[in-house]
Design a protein around this ligand. Sequence first.
Ligand code: KDG
Length: 325
Amino acid sequence: MGQAPEVIAIGEPLVALLADGSAPLADVESFSRHVAGAEANVAVGLARLGRRALFVGRVGDDGFGRTITRGLRGEGVDVSGVVVDAARRTGLLVRERRALGPSEVLYYRQGSAGSALGPPDVDAVAAAFDGARWLHLTGITPALSDGAHGAVLRAIELARANDVRISFDVNLRRRLWSDEAAAACLHPIAVGADVVFGDADELAVVARVVASADGLEAARTLQAGGSGSVVVKRGAAGATLIGQGMPVAAAAVTVARVVDPVGAGDAFCAGYLAALLEGLDAAAALRWGNACAAAALSAEGDLVGLPTRLELERLIAETGTDTIR
Ligand code: KDG
């Protein structure tokens, strides 16, 4: 382990095979390989912004696992929490691309190395919690297996014992479990977190309220239940934070063309946490989150568009310049 991490992110890293053209999956003949996984995306987003992130997860002893480990390391993420599981394969997802309507994602992650994450993997990096500032979790990991759920609970215990704040992105994955199962498992995690991120629909499921377009009732319900603050990610409508005081809102950064909609939420979390680590206030954190999300939307794959610190500053400054010479 290098210098002490500021953020510890725990989850399943994946290789994503993204269709090269717009077509139903049955007609796609070539794919591009990307590193993905919501929590790994956040770790890379933080590293691009100059923050120290440690990633904890499992990969198989295979080429995809090596791609992930090399990719994360190359981005400056501390991979000392990555376990190579020789008995299982690296998790995989395949995503088609459609010009119209939603694109389908297929997961090949049941029984994967990543899903075999367990409390001992977290205990192996226990020392990193001493001095870390944030633990970043998502609602994907507890859906993977009992062991992975246990790893999340162990990480929460260690965070609490070490005064590390907890950031929780709901990331509801309906291909992994039902809304009822997700709510039962994720509600206690959300109300114990210092900041919760989600879109209006995800927050409503976890808060067990009827979904509304602005997500505010769900956010208020979670906040009243114990969440420190709740950020409603509203896509093109920006983001709103519900905390102790008045709601804080920030407009989205306009995106000329959405190249790839996936990964923007993770980019938002990375920007938001990076701003807080710099000592900025909630309004600035929302702006950073929105700008990072817009950058992610503008590039193919989860990681490609994640901005560096300089790129983020340029985006926020909105200079109107289209070429820097
Ligand atoms: O947030 C982006 C993720 O959806 C993607 O990288 C894959 O982690 C993933 C998941 O479980 O869907």
